[in-house]
Design a protein around this ligand. Sequence first.
Ligand code: HEM
Length: 319
Amino acid sequence: MAAHRDAGRAAALLPSAGRIRIEGGKVGRTVTRFKAVERFAHWMLAGSFILLALTGLATLFGRKVVIPLLGHEFNSTLLTGSKFIHNNVSWAFMIALVMVFVMWIWHNIPNKTDWLWIKQGGGFIGDKHPPAKKFNFGQKIVFWAVILLGFSVSLSGLSLLFPFEIQLFGHTFNIINDIGMAEAAGFGPLQGDLTPHAEMQYAQLWHAIIGFLMMAVILGHIYIGTLGMEGAFDAMGNGEVDERWANSTTRSGSMRSNKTNGPPQNDGRRRSNQRSRAMKAMLAGFLGVAVIGVVAYFGLHEIGFSSAEVYSGENVRLD
Ligand code: HEM
């Protein structure tokens, strides 16, 4: 019961001190929280995001940080590899994002239960146990942050991947001017008639800003999912969470009860089974990233596209 309340707290705010424990300890009976396909999509999203974040950071800071430390030659190899990985892995990220969106959107639409959760401060204020279904309000914030930031970073990424083909910012600035948003915020009208190169520069800037925002959210998410909270990792690892961890959610009936009649949690064989299920889920997701990356690479070459060779396009004008 308390564990689920704490799940909400932790998802809404970073825990300030220590690990959040399951009150009373695990009971050893589990309920299914995420099916194999959900865990596959999550690990494909996670694996691709981590690769994109690392290679993106290398691209952004290579010149300033890597060259002084490790020299030009190392930086050149690192950035050639980073660009290759970044461009091809992005497809696995976009596919996983769509999968996660389709599978979890229904559970993340705000409803009256969330209002109660908010009113009770996610369990922070008072001793009440805020209600929640499959995802509590804190987890819904993580979901929508991932979806909205993920969509935005993907769209700006596509305009960088297909240079001069997708013009996003001039149109957006015109809309902002038309609805009077710029003036309301105390600015003059934004320049809507952008040159194609200015479009690309805005796309780069936006891509980096959203990338950093997403990294901040995900760092918090990873902390809670691993060290921050006892029992949380199991949900995405082997898919089963301890009954006590899930208590309130089970009562809402949104989780399938899966009583394990075997010996209690400290039984070695059961734990090693759970570990191997978790490893399989993660490996399958990472393999998905690799397979989609390879298909994207050869597929794009097959249709004669390579972003490395695009320096200009029909839309380019020199003014
Ligand atoms: C090593 C990295 C990661 C770990 C250990 C991790 C762990 C977890 C865990 C344990 C859950 C289930 C929480 C629950 O029961 O509700 C979860 C859910 C989720 N994860 Fe991750 N995750 C990682 C990376 C990522 C990344 C990189 C993304 C997105 C780019 C992501 C997006 C999500 C989303 C949208 C959910 C559902 C919302 C929620 O439950 O908070 N995760 N993750």
